[in-house]
Design a protein around this ligand. Structure first.
Ligand SMILES: [Zn+2]
Length: 302
């Protein structure tokens, strides 16, 4: 229902406010957070907010490039003004669809992006939130999700075992919703403007781990990435966007430049403090192009 009700209002807000809002933010930077891109001709399953159609992604990129300077992740630490707002494109989870169809759209437009990889899943693994999403496409019930994240620390095997005991069998997901292979990551990097960051080793809730496990989750993926690829950037995206003061300190000790949340809006200004709790603008699948424009103009800051 909501697209019918909301879209005319969104277009009106865009026409009225977006140019002014962008002008107001011309010295600011936003980091966009994407997950999967569903290749043309294929259908999404699993958590519906994470899987964005390739055609919609392409329209978003065209819109973004018209009004923003799309820059690489290193720009997050640079205070510079180009006269237009700057945007960094990121993907969490290294879904195969993002690494192939998503990167193809970026390459076509010569745009840079960073993909955050959890190496334990590389080469065809799926994620619990996709295989446990209800067949109707509604995603996992909020109370089940909360139990999985907090009581089970977001650990993939623990969540799957618990779901099985509840009688909720895992459903299979299409290929594009599994994690890319090393070869696919290498091919994405070879396109020239794609860099790889860390999404921890196994995508657990870092705030629930003891210090030894926390350190391993942070150091292992960087070693794994650096021993295979040259285009590695020492940036972290926190699984589920969850961190604590201890997690932030451990992230700094592990040698990262900074850590990203999954939401929170635009960067506040020059990044000096709070480098380990950097906000992003999440781009859920299912928003209209006007809804996207409201987000990249700063009129919606969720
Ligand atoms: Zn993730």
């Amino acid at each position: 229902v909501w697209p019918l009700l909301k879209r005319p209002a969104e277009w009106a807000a865009c026409r009225a406010g977006a140019p002014l809002a962008r002008r107001f933010r011309r010295q600011r930077l936003l980091v966009l957070a994407y997950h999967n891109i569903v290749p043309d001709g294929e259908r999404a399953r699993g958590d519906p907010s994470l899987h964005l159609a390739q055609r919609e992604f392409a329209h978003q990129l065209d819109l973004l490039a018209r009004t923003h300077d799309v820059v690489s992740i290193a720009d997050v630490l640079l205070a510079r003004s180009t006269g237009r707002p700057r945007a960094v494109i990121t993907f969490d989870d290294a879904y195969r669809g993002a690494v192939t169809a998503g990167v193809a759209e970026l390459t076509r437009r010569n745009l840079p992006a960073t993909i955050f990889v959890a190496p334990a899943f590389v080469d065809g693994a799926s994620f619990w939130w996709d295989v446990l999403a209800s067949a109707g496409g509604g995603g996992l019930a909020p109370e089940l999700r909360a139990h999985a994240l907090h009581e089970l620390a977001g650990r993939d095997a623990a969540v799957r075992g618990w779901a099985e005991r509840l009688g909720r069998p895992a459903q299979s997901v299409p290929q594009h919703q599994t994690v890319a292979s090393e070869a696919e990551l290498a091919q994405a990097v070879a396109s020239g403007r794609i860099t790889l960051g860390s999404h921890t080793w196994s995508h657990a809730n870092l705030a629930r781990l003891g210090s030894a496990e926390l350190e391993l989750e942070l150091t292992r993926p960087l070693q794994w990435l650096k021993s295979r690829f040259t285009a590695v950037v020492p940036w972290l995206s926190y699984p589920y966007g969850i961190r604590s003061p201890e997690v932030e300190q451990a992230t700094a000790r592990a040698g990262y430049e900074g850590g990203f949340l999954i939401s929170g809006g635009w960067l506040p200004g020059p990044v000096s403090t709070a480098r380990f709790a950097l906000p992003r603008v999440n781009v859920p699948a299912g928003i209209s192009l006007a809804g996207f424009e409201l987000r990249i103009s700063g009129l919606i800051t969720r």
